[in-house]
Ligand binder design. Structure first.
Ligand code: ACO
Length: 321
């Protein structure tokens, strides 16, 4: 049994923060941020707006666009690094919001690669007959783990949620997924505090993203180049067979390097980093939803999804839309 994307959805919090707004908070400039990252603005959840709140909006849209009702879903996976609670999982909270009861629901944590991990897991559930219609969500309120006095990270991230419904089908849909991780690099990109280290430390206010941006950048470019080759080889495909690259949106320079590796024109690359910033696990499903809704991505086309993030984790998915 194959699985195909039956519907997509996306949601961005209403509150927009521009580079000019950031100039008032830290020593930075619109010119630096735009040149080094391609980011012009990002959306930031308002106080009290949670990951589950925005996940619900994206999920309802995806279910709607698949022509289904929430109760048709029989698996829920939420990729997030910023869950509402330590437990229950955001997937369980979302399940309750959607008035779905009984099906498996769990979170996946692979930071910016989270959506690709979640999609891969859902695809395997469907292929083995354990689910027929999976709701796969990437949702983040990354602004909550940002140190707003650290200009090396606070300019990069944004909040948002994207979702797909993955449905069992006989025709080809997801062709292959490729997941990797290497914890040897855990200190280059991390929130160094956590529950099991004690709440006191977390409350001391160090539970924020720390990143050696330059090192991460070099590894991301090299690793994404390799995973592109791995994905094409696994499917006996050539670079020219890919219609659209839908990359994780961390930095326009990383995206351009991957497009170059694929000999793809930027016209075939979905870019949202300028408006969304880096929304971590939400960035790929959000970009996909944007390109489906504006009519660029059409049924039958071949899409390459790829991501790199904290862990390090990295992964790709090749699919017929
Ligand atoms: N405004 C102005 N100047 C700044 C800012 C800022 N916001 N941030 C850093 N600078 C300064 C630095 O202090 C440094 O100054 P110096 O030369 O006087 O020391 C200079 O700019 C250059 O800094 P670099 O870090 O070398 O800049 P770089 O070109 O590498 O760009 C960036 C930084 C944008 C973070 C880039 O390295 C990057 O995109 N890295 C990868 C991010 C990524 O992909 N993360 C993975 C996914 S995220 C996840 O998994 C959660």
């Amino acid at each position: 049994m194959n699985s195909r994307i039956a519907g997509t959805g996306g949601y961005l919090p209403e509150n927009v923060m521009t580079n000019a707004d950031l100039e008032k908070i830290v020593e930075t400039s619109d010119e630096w941020i735009t040149e080094r990252t391609g980011i012009r603005q990002r959306h930031i959840a308002v106080e009290g707006e949670t990951t589950c709140d925005i996940a619900e909006k994206a999920a309802r849209q995806a279910i709607d666009s698949a022509g289904l009702k929430p109760q048709d879903v029989d698996l829920i996976i939420v990729a997030t690094t910023t869950p509402d609670r330590i437990f229950p999982s955001t997937a369980c909270l979302l399940q309750q919001r959607l008035d779905i009861h009984g099906c498996a629901a769990f979170d996946v944590q692979a930071v910016c690669t989270g959506f690709v991990y979640a999609l891969s897991v859902a695809e395997k559930f469907i292929r083995t007959g354990s689910a027929t219609r999976a709701l796969v969500v990437g949702a983040e309120t990354t602004s909550r783990i940002i140190d707003w006095s650290d200009r090396t990270t606070c300019v990069l991230f944004g909040d948002g949620a994207g979702a797909v419904v993955l449905e069992a089908t006989e025709a080809p849909g997801i062709l292959s997924t490729h997941l990797h991780a290497d914890g040897a690099y855990s200190d280059l990109l991390t929130v160094p505090e956590g529950v099991s280290q004690g709440f006191e430390k977390m409350q001391a206010g160090d539970a924020y993203i720390k990143m050696q941006g330059n090192e991460v950048f070099k590894m991301a470019v090299k690793t994404l180049g390799r995973i592109v080759d791995e994905t094409l080889a696994a499917n006996n495909m050539e670079k020219r067979d890919i219609d659209w690259l839908i990359p994780h949106q961390a930095n326009i320079r990383i995206i351009k390097a991957t497009a170059k590796k694929l000999n793809m024109s930027m016209d075939q690359v979905v870019v949202t980093v300028d408006h969304h910033g880096n929304t971590s696990a939400a960035s790929i499903p959000l970009a996909l939803d944007v390109a489906v809704r504006d009519g660029r991505v059409k049924r039958g086309e071949t899409l390459l999804l790829e991501a790199f993030g904290g862990g390090f984790t990295w992964g790709s998915a090749l699919l017929k839309y």
